[in-house]
Design a protein around this ligand. Structure first.
Ligand SMILES: Cc1cc2nc3c(=O)[nH]c(=O)nc-3n(C[C@H](O)[C@H](O)[C@H](O)COP(=O)(O)O)c2cc1C
Length: 208
């Protein structure tokens, strides 16, 4: 059977970073990976807010949640993923209602970024733990721009540099729902309604 692409199979949201900067030519490959992401009507509303100067970097780190700031401030490259919903296309239903796609498009673009980073031997860890208005302010982005994630990027570092609790998470196996939960085959079944937390708790109870 064909194997998963290594860039997908090997990607993990790791938290230990080496201090080496990400060379400009690798950064450009990352931005190009985002650039080729598909979007409805080719709207391309996603934007990458890259903290290049030490001052902007410090301000972006200050906008992270306390829990993320501890480990993410060691990442040499921090990038916020943003979108302008007004520049994006919506999809129309038959009753005239509309589905917004800007977050979906930014998600596809971020998936490209994470896979490309993994392929280049980089760690790329997305975070939702940040203050959106603060990130907008750091980059002087207009009010209508939405910030969806901040991604910490760098070469993998020593796990032993992390605090004990994060070391455990860094080396833990990847936890995923079985494919029967993920895939709805013709008809929605009870397992398709089970949350990951519900599934995990039931498994733990079975194991005693
Ligand atoms: C949109 C998004 C937001 C996330 N936010 C955070 C975060 O704020 N802090 C954090 O440590 N990890 C964050 N993560 C990483 C997830 O915790 C991680 O992807 C998940 O536990 C699965 O682990 P894996 O990516 O190594 O398979 C986020 C992931 C995504 C996709």
């Amino acid at each position: 059977m064909p194997e998963l692409l290594p860039a997908l199979a090997n990607r993990r949201a790791r938290r230990s970073f080496a201090p080496e900067p990400v060379p400009a030519e690798l950064q450009e490959i990352l931005w190009r990976a985002v650039s080729v992401a598909p979007s409805h009507g080719n709207s391309q509303a996603t934007r990458l807010l890259v903290a290049s100067s030490p001052d902007v970097r410090d301000q972006l780190i200050a906008a992270l949640s306390d829990g993320n700031r501890g480990w993410a401030s060691a990442a040499p490259l921090l990038v916020a993923i943003a979108s302008n919903p007004a520049h994006d296309r919506t999809a129309a239903n038959r009753d005239g209602s509309e589905r917004e796609l800007w977050a979906f498009h930014a998600g596809i673009a971020t998936g490209n970024l994470l896979a490309q980073a993994t392929e280049l031997g980089l760690v790329a860890h997305p975070m939702a733990g940040f203050d959106e208005p603060s990130v907008r302010e750091v980059f002087g982005a207009p009010e209508e721009v939405r910030v969806l994630a901040v991604v910490a990027i760098g070469f993998p570092g020593e796990v032993s540099q992390l605090p004990d609790d994060l070391q455990k998470r860094e080396t833990a196996d990847q936890q995923r729902l079985p494919l029967d939960h993920l895939v709805v085959r013709d008809e929605w079944r009870p397992e398709n309604s089970e949350s990951f937390r519900g599934y995990r708790d039931a498994q733990r109870a079975k194991q005693g």
